[in-house]
Design a protein around this ligand. Structure first.
Ligand code: UD1
Length: 427
């Protein structure tokens, strides 16, 4: 099994190209199910989750063709073709590996009039139910049955009618599923209190490029006029704001200066605010975002919230950075119930963090020390890498497969800005 080894203490300086957004890619890929034409997606990050999604789509009868990738280049282009949907069943062995598989439910139901998807079950960061996905689809006219660990959704007379749904809690995935179902419905649909994450706007923009009619893009009130059919399109995945934010924290924790090439400042307002309050200098230019730190970090109070609030996917990375701030920081996690699993590992590296329910008090320390640490989930793993970049001596991050789900060629990107980091295989 691979692990990542880091010799800490190097100041990072240089440029890091930001890859296509994982979370956007996972919402754009299932759009292939909505049309019998070809869909070509560019700037797809080379990640384990994207590969798994491709395999799931293959099982449903979608052909996928990846264009040759040149050495040293990031991203890739994939053409997906769902001429026919061969199976409308997404089995447990696929869904269990990747929760985002639930995103085939809406588009498959819209196109084929039925869809059967395994219930995803819990995951490391919390329960993560799918009740809102199902309620939204019911409001669009679907009939839902739950049996033997599967959800079966059917559109009466083969096509959804469309309808209105108000989300009681903001949900990124449920908004995406509802959107992909609504675009082919017979009538008009309205989604109230929809998620406003930039990845949702990316999904809407692709759907519009495929012929969908959507108003209110970027807002929490989305109005969809269903159309008879969608056509193919060619579309580039947006840049990954969470990857960019993670490397900004790498500049912060090492007192370095990193240019995040291709990052879009407008997608990163709350992250940029937090970086500035922590004492980093953030500049925007035509190429992206440049982050400069002077080695001193100020403590922060941060509460995670749906966009445009502070992203839960950045909480662990900020915690690692703030563990070296001059004073006490307060973090509050409001989205997922179990998102502090990095804390025991950070403590093993010398961080001083107290957890009280959903809050964490981070007492800044003078230094961190390298250790062997265990990654537990994707963003938690990145917080350990960040701590390792600043720690004295060597850090080994185990269970690297978590990182491979969401960071394209991490060690290559960090080495290029001066980190002493490598992947070692233990056989
Ligand atoms: C997506 C992101 C994930 C990010 C999260 C919140 C992808 C692939 N993943 O996850 O990286 O951390 O948004 O920004 O895009 N909820 C329910 N019932 C539901 C659905 C959600 O109660 O049917 C709850 C969840 O348990 C959670 C909250 O709503 O407490 C938000 O979850 P949601 O926005 O749906 O997250 P995901 O789409 O799973």
């Amino acid at each position: 099994m691979d692990s990542i080894w880091i010799q800490g203490g190097k100041r990072l300086e240089g440029k890091i190209p930001i890859s296509g957004a994982k979370n956007a890619a996972l919402a754009l890929l299932p759009c292939a199910l909505l049309t019998e034409d070809k869909l070509t997606l560019g700037n797809l990050p080379r990640l384990a989750d994207v590969d798994s999604f491709g395999h799931l789509l293959n099982q449903l009868g979608v052909s996928t063709m990846v264009e040759g990738v040149r050495r040293g280049e990031y991203g890739r282009r994939m053409t997906l073709h769902a001429a026919d949907i061969a199976s409308t069943v997404a089995p447990y062995d696929m869904v269990r590996k990747m929760r985002a598989s639930i995103l085939v439910l809406g588009p498959m139901l819209a196109r084929a009039g039925e869809a059967t998807v395994s219930l995803p079950g819990g995951c490391a960061i919390g329960d993560r139910p799918i009740d809102l996905h199902l309620q939204a689809l019911e409001c669009l006219g679907a009939e839902i049955e739950l049996a033997a660990g599967y959800v079966k959704a059917t559109a009466p007379k083969g096509r959804l009618a469309g309808g209105d749904y108000s989300f009681p809690v903001v949900s990124v995935g449920a908004t995406e599923n509802a959107l992909m179902a609504a675009v082919l419905a017979r009538g008009r649909s309205q989604l109230f209190n929809a998620a406003r994450e930039p990845e949702i706007a990316d999904l809407c923009n692709l759907l519009v490029a495929m012929g969908a009619r959507i108003e209110g893009i970027g807002s929490s009130h989305l109005i969809v006029e269903g159309v008879e059919g969608l056509h193919g399109a060619t579309y580039d995945v947006m840049p990954d704001r969470i990857e960019a934010g993670s490397y900004a924290c790498a500049a912060g924790i090492t007192g370095g200066c990193i240019e995040l090439v291709g990052a879009r400042p407008g997608d990163m307002c709350s992250i940029v605010n937090a970086l500035c309050h922590a004492g980093l200098m953030v500049e925007f230019n035509d190429h992206g975002v440049k982050v400069t730190a002077d080695g001193k970090l100020k403590p922060l109070a941060l509460t995670t919230a749906p966009f445009p609030g502070f992203a839960t996917d950045m909480q662990a990375q900020f915690m690692a950075m703030l563990s070296l701030a001059e004073g006490d920081s307060f973090l509050e996690e409001t989205i997922f119930e179990n998102r502090y699993m990095h804390v025991p590992e950070l403590r093993r590296m010398g961080a001083d963090v107290e957890i009280r329910g959903r809050s964490a008090l981070v007492h800044g320390v003078e230094k961190l020390t390298g250790a062997s640490v265990m990654a537990t989930d994707l963003r938690a793993s990145m917080s350990l890498v960040l701590a390792g970049l600043a720690a004295e001596a060597e850090t080994e991050v185990l269970r690297v497969y978590h990182l491979d789900r969401g960071y394209e060629r991490l060690e290559e990107k960090l080495s290029a800005v001066g980190a002493a980091i490598e992947r070692r295989s233990s056989g």
